[in-house]
Each structure stands twice: as structure tokens, then as C-alpha cells.
Design a protein around this ligand. Sequence first.
Ligand SMILES: Nc1ncnc2c1ncn2[C@@H]1O[C@H](COP(=O)(O)OP(=O)(O)OP(=O)(O)O)[C@@H](O)[C@H]1O
Length: 664
Amino acid sequence: MLSLETDLQTERDHLAASRAALKRMREHAEDLYATGDQVAGDPFAAETLGRHLARRIADLADNPDTPLFFGRLDLDEHRYHVGRRHVTDAAGEPMVLDWRAPLSRKFYQASARDPQDVDVRRRFGFVKGELTSFEDEHLGRGEEQGTSQILLDEIERPRVGPMRDIVATIQPEQDELVRAELDESICVQGAPGTGKTAVGLHRAAYLLYLHRERLRRAGVLIVGPNTAFLQYIASVLPTLGEVEVRQSTIDGLLATPVRAVDDERAAEVKNQDKMAAVLQKRLLARIRRPEEALTVSDGSYRWRISAEALRRIVDDVRREAPPYATGRERVRARVVSLLMRQSEARRGDSPGEGWQRRMGKVAPVAELLDAVWPAVTPEQLVFEVLSDPIDEDLDEAERAALRWAKPPKSAKSAKWSAADAVLIDEAAGLIDRVPSFGHVVVDEAQDLSPMQARVIARRSEHGSITLLGDLAQGTAPWAARDWGTLLSHLGKPGARVVPLTTGFRVPAAVVALANRLLPALGVDVPAARSLRADGALTIGTVGEIDGSVVNAVRSALEQPGSVGVIAADAAVGALAEAIRAAGIAIAAAEDTDSDARVTVLPAGLAKGLEYDHVIVVEPADIVAAEPRGLNRLFVVLTRAVSRLDVLHARPLPAPLDGLSSAPM
Ligand SMILES: Nc1ncnc2c1ncn2[C@@H]1O[C@H](COP(=O)(O)OP(=O)(O)OP(=O)(O)O)[C@@H](O)[C@H]1O
């Protein structure tokens, strides 16, 4: 016991010394920042250095609630503490090793069977930033714990506020994914609560650490399903020291503001992958083969290019298939080049750049371009397709669904829907190149339509992707039934698909309930198993919904943690009213900082979120509200971290039929 206390004290001393070292590193960076103007040779260098140092100072901030290290590795000769960032002493010796450093990998991967030179792996337990315990595994002696108590404490802790990082407890199968090579695209099929989102965010942080310069230039993008979700995950990367990652919904990536709503059928047709071909054909149909020769006056000279030579230029460029706008410029450049050759032959010297620019713009050349390769905006192209959808690949019903209900006068006055914005992005990608990110993480990817997938494909053409999702949680009308098809739309057909099945959120009893829905969902996915034996599930028949929900919220509030009331979208307003009328404060779904512990949430927004206590209201209504209602119910039931109440006045949906349901 004494030795344990002594050990704990030694570790606390190391923590204090590491804190002091971090402070020294920060002060050093601050000093450099203050004197930056003098050390840098010129204003540009001063600004670059200043930005670098400001970032470094932010990186070195010490948050008293997040322990500087969480583990220790005893190797043959050396002992390393593993933490959130590198900390070195005044002599440059490591005091804390960044979790992403190659050596730290042993902390996550070593096992009794494969100790990887690790004699002892130590995990630390913290309470509010205080080091309170540790667990040792003597891997060198072939000893290994079963499931770590520190991990169990971590996953069972009450969830309040935004999502937290999991660096201290990343599991070996998660670590494999986090540390996959930058060039490798991967797809994670993960049952609810298996840590897909966590893996995606940590992979982004890991890649930024290893390939900082390359990724800083190209950028890293995280795509999530809605703003409530983005708020929920927003603080994970900053706690890992990464602040320069763009986080967006699909709509947020698009340049077109959404000001209209499609009916279901129109949205479905517009999201089919064949719309890409429809747009492309329509665009290429603008290109005409020249029929007349071109004559250009140039002072006392007249140059002439035959119709045949012009046709050859247009045919060649078309065959090269550059983006449309590049094609137009290429035709212009080749026409000018032929003019130049004539000029050289006649005048005996090469005309300069000014001449070439002028020739590119003279009226006959401009007219030729407008006739054979007319300029077009993405909006104009989509406007034309929706005004007159004549493509032979569309049947009559599809054409009718596409046609404007009330045709606008022009592309400029059109009000675009979310699906139109995706079509406009597709058109923009046909006309011009879209810059590609170095790495893109897509969460809840099962809900991407083929056309939305192409939005991401354009932005990851020269980079890699991490695709995260669960086919069982697909709720959009176009949700993926298999990953292979979606991966082809994303331009990464060969990506590895890796399943995750160990759940860290949902208690076993709740997983068993949700798994009953799986056979009815029409997708082939492995069922989850939960690491959590705790947790409570109540299924109750009630007479009157509102009053019963208020009672359930009251008793949920007697326990620590967050409470999520999830109901069919149409029922949420009245429920929130009833809860407020009972004097209970409610937080908005986007507001993860609110003091109120209760959130009332439409089923449509529950994806990706979690609450300690979830109250699901009238499952039959959630199922009836949409075509993939059972998938929606699967999502909703799996949001609970500790306790789930299912309240129903109507019979439960068929797959849950026969479950014992006590009157409440
Ligand atoms: N290795 C881990 N250690 C501790 N907690 C973990 C670990 N992996 C995941 N978790 C926790 O489990 C919960 C679920 O993780 P996450 O939201 O990433 O799962 P998900 O697979 O994206 O879930 P869903 O598909 O239901 O949205 C989170 O609270 C997360 O912090």
C-alpha cells in the first residue's frame, strides 16, 4: 500500500514537473512572439513566424481539466509518459510523448501475446484533473487485464456537454483505423456507439500531426449530417490541438443558398446518379462543330483559318475532355496559335503576348467561341435542365418530377432547393476544377445520395477519405444499401471496409432491444455487442402521453447527466410545451453549453448524438412518419448512454411486438 502511495506521489510529481515544463515552453514561445519582428528578416517572414508562434502558443495551452498524460510505457531501458502533446524539459528530453508519435502506438497495441518490448503498461485515472489512480499491466510477464476499469469508468461517466476526445482509451481495433496511412481511404461500418465519430476525428488529428505541412496546405474537411451534430463534435479537435480543420454539412459546402423545398419525388429524382450524366450531356450539347472559316483583320493583314482546321481544333479539345471552361480557353489558345503561325510566316517574326491577347479577344474569335463553345454558368445549365428535361435517360415521370412547378424567368431569379444546389455543384465541377482537400472525413455517410457523394468526390479527388457510417441507420430515401456502390460514387471504389462492433455507448439491454429491429432493416450488417453491462431499459404503456413524459423527465432528472426526449418530429412542439409548463428548463438541440439538462429533440435530428437518459415517445409514430421509419427508430433507440425509457400509448411496431410492457 505504501509503495502504491509512493508511486502515486512520484507520478503526481512528474505531472507537476511536466506542467512546469509546458509552461516554460509556452513562455519561450511567447518571448519569441514578442521579439518576432527583430528576429525575422522582413515583414513577410515576421508575419509567417508570428502566425506559427501564435498557433504554437495556443497548442501549448494547459487545460487543468485535461490531464497532460494518461499512460506510461516501461520499455527495456526507457520509461515514457504518453499524453496529448509532446512536453520536453529544459535539456530537450521528453517528459510526455504525444499520443500520435510512432512510439506511443505501443501504448494502444501492445498485448500480453505481443508485448512489443513493453514491460509494463500503466493507465492513469483522473478525477477533475487530479491524478487519483493507476492500473498496471505487466505485459512482459504475460499479464494482461481484461477490460480496464479506467476504460469502464470513462465510458460510464455521465455525458453532459459536447463530445470529448478518447485519446486515453482508444482500443486496438480503433487505433488501427486512426493510424491508417494518409493515402489510404477507409470505410468504417460501425454499429451504434462503436466510436466511428471518435475514430474519424482522431484520425484527422493523427494525420495532421504526421503530415502537417502537406495537410495544412491542402486542408482537412469533416462533413457531418447537421449543425446540431457539428456543434456536438466541434470541441474534440481543438482539445487535441487541431484548430484548422473545416467542419461542415453538405449544404454548407455548396455555393448556392437554399431558398426552396422540393417535394419528395423531385428530391429523389434530382439525387439519382444519372443526373450527373444528364448535366454532362446537356453541357456537351452546347458544343458545335464550326461550319465556316474564320477571317481576322490585323492592320493591313487578313488571316484565315479554314472551317476544317477549326473543326479539328474543336474535335481535339472535346476528345481531351478538360473541364468545360478550360476547353473554351483551349480552343481560343489554339485558334490564336494558328493565327500566330500565319503572322510569323508572313512577317518573319513572332508577335508578342499583347498581340496574342488582342487576337484572342477580337470580335471574329469571340463570335466563333460563342458559337462553338458558348460560356455558361452552373446555374444556367441547371436552369435549362429543369426548364426542359429532355434527356432520353429520363422517363416521363422523372421529367415531370424535375420540371419547375412554377418556372422562374431566368437562372438569376430562380429559388434553388437543397437538391438543386447539389446539381449546381455538379455543373460547376463540369465547368471548372474544384480544389481538393488532402483528407475528408464523412460521418453518417450511409445517408449520402449518389449526387451528394459526388460533391465529396470532387473535394477529395487528390486526397483520401475516411467514410464513417452504419447502413442500419440509413434514413434518407436514397440511403446506401451497400458500401461498394457508395464508395464508387465517392471515387474510391477500392477502399477497405472495416466493421466495428463493440459498443461504448449503448448498454447491453438497449443493444438487445435495438438488434431486434435489424432483420427488418434490409441491410447486411454485423450486430453490435455492448461493453456495458450496466444501464436500464423500461418499456411502458401509458394512457396519456404528455403527462407521462413529464413524469419520466422528472424522475430522469433525479440522476446525473443529460436527458434527451425524442419523439416524432410533429409531436415535439407540444411535448416541449408540456415540459416547460411543468417548470423544467429545456436546452436547444444545438446548444451543448446550456445549463439545462433536458433536450427535446425531433427523431429526425437525433443522429450522432447521445444522452445519459433517453425517453423515446411513441415509437409507432416515429416509424409511421417516414418511409424508413424503422431505421429512424433504430437510430433513436441507440442514443442512450445509461437509461432508456420507451413510452407508448399505441401498440409497439411489429419487430418489438411481444416485449413485456408494464403500465406506467
Ligand atoms: N475507446 C473509447 N474509449 C472511451 N469512450 C469511447 C471509446 N470509443 C467510443 N467511445 C465513446 O462512445 C460513444 C460513442 O462513440 P461515437 O459517437 O464515436 O460512436 P458512433 O459509432 O459514431 O455512434 P453512432 O453511430 O450511434 O452515431 C462516445 O461517447 C464516445 O466518446
